[in-house]
Design a protein around this ligand. Structure first.
Ligand code: GTP
Length: 236
């Protein structure tokens, strides 16, 4: 099997790490996600990961709380997830480093772009915690930003839906899934792929986004090998 990409940025939704529990971390589920990641590493693909935090906390739906504080709590949630994914990968024998955008040096390395690239070149998976380190930015935006910084070939968004639709498939049974769609359409039709900040960042830096379902974890491996799954968002 020959990989299609040399360096990928995998975005894992926090929610997906909860498995059927819907909250917190289901470690068996995390291990299942990590098996295809190991297969990618064994093929020589450099894998960086950004994890969400929605299985613990969502800054944007925190009611009357101060948004900045709520987002700080969300960043801590992503770090818990980063450590969980790190542990699962290590149990499978993968070398991993966690780097956080907000320093917590007793727990993880601080984010240093060149060091992250060096880890990747040495075949280590790098997991980025704390999002961008700034409030008002999503972990999708963190994925786009880190992908641009490390010059990843693609952002692979492994999530709870199997691609991008022209309308919400939950409310519209006639919704049609795109195989490929342009950034222009995504931004103009406000298609639910990523928030506009994240999509714009990928567009401006010419980084395609592949959106696919994590329900079959092997999709991660299939995506890296270039099988046509999910929806590819790209420049025209
Ligand atoms: P090389 O420079 O390629 O040897 O990378 P390395 O990560 O193996 O070496 P380093 O000596 O930097 O790190 C050894 C271990 O310490 C790794 O598990 C790192 O993740 C960890 N580590 C490095 N810096 C920090 C830090 O600031 N905080 C914490 N908690 N761990 C760190």
């Amino acid at each position: 099997m020959k990989p299609k990409y040399k360096r990928v940025l995998l975005k894992l939704s926090g929610e997906s790490l909860a498995g059927n529990q819907k909250h917190g971390i289901d470690f068996d589920t995390v291990l299942r996600f990590c098996e295809p990641i190991k297969k990618c590493v064994d093929l020589g693909v450099e894998v960086a990961i950004v994890v969400g935090g929605g299985n613990f906390w969502r800054g944007r739906s925190s009611g009357d709380m101060d948004r900045t504080r709520a987002d700080h709590m969300g960043m801590l949630a992503t770090t818990i997830n980063a450590l969980g994914v790190c542990d699962a990968l290590e149990q499978l024998g993968v070398d991993v480093r966690v780097q956080t955008a907000i320093s917590m040096r007793e727990i993880a390395e601080s984010y240093i772009r060149n060091k992250a690239i060096r880890h990747l070149e040495k075949g280590r998976v790098v997991i980025f915690g704390c999002g961008t380190g700034n409030p008002f930015f999503s972990t999708d935006t963190a994925a786009a930003l880190r992908a641009a910084e490390i010059e990843a070939d693609i952002v692979m968004k492994a999530t709870m839906v199997d691609g991008v639709y022209d309308s919400d498939p939950k409310s519209n049974p006639d919704a049609v899934k795109y195989d490929t769609v342009s950034f222009y359409e995504v931004l103009n039709k406000d298609l639910a792929v990523m928030d506009s900040t994240a999509a714009s960042l990928c567009k401006d830096n010419n980084i395609p986004i592949l959106v696919f379902s994590i329900e079959q974890p092997d999709n991660i491996f299939k995506a890296v090998c270039g099988e046509s799954i999910g929806t590819l968002v790209k420049t025209d």
